[in-house]
Design a protein around this ligand. Sequence first.
Ligand SMILES: [Zn+2]
Length: 267
Amino acid sequence: MRSKVAIAIGAHPDDIEFYMSGTLLLLEKAGYETHYLNVANGNCGSAKYNEAMTRSIRNTEARAAAKILGAQFHPPLTNDLEIFYSLGLLRALAAVIREVRPGIVLTHSPQDYMEDHTNTSRLAVTAAFTRGMSNFKTLPARPAANSEVTVYHAMPHGLCDELRRRIVPGAFVNTSSAHKTKHQALAAHKSQQAWLDVSQGLNSYLLAMEDMSLAVGRMSKKFKHAEGWRRHLHLGFCGTEADPLRAALGRNYIVNKAYERNLEKGF
Ligand SMILES: [Zn+2]
């Protein structure tokens, strides 16, 4: 069924694993067809290998991670630090959205520590917005299809915005049951484990994900491991009350009532 399709759109290879993959795994378990797209190819993610080699290594790692997540892999669209809110990238990303026709888009926070992430968020939002607009040309050309889509924004790195202000999730997803696989998918990005602590068999990268997952779990006051989400305004995307994550994940999804109260009175 086409409506049971979700796509995670991250900036760099490993961002989906870090911020979104627990939820993507739960959606897959709930019967969703899941898709995986990093906008950039990770070519700057090494001090050891040149750009072409790094791109190749990270492509292999990202494909392996997507396989672990059970998600369909889509090739990246550009280089690291070249994710601009540009017409070319918008046309390319909109083509993927029209091919996949997701009911759920998972992407970065609109506020985040670096602009590849925030620009990815903007591109994902507008690519979804244009899904039904036949006069907007995608590259490659794909027919417009006006189905409902709900966009969810992940928690930013460091759980705060670029001005250090704390970001509070609008909802929590209990990722405890998916945590082991999430960890495996992140660990597939072996080239990012340059800071391996041989004595412990762990590294700062995996530990950072662990810390964030536990911190969001504590914020939920209910789950051990959690991912936090903020739902994009429905206008132009879906019905007023559409919350397909809640519908798909049941007890593994709780709305943050404090956030909802603040929505009404303003932050
Ligand atoms: Zn990133």
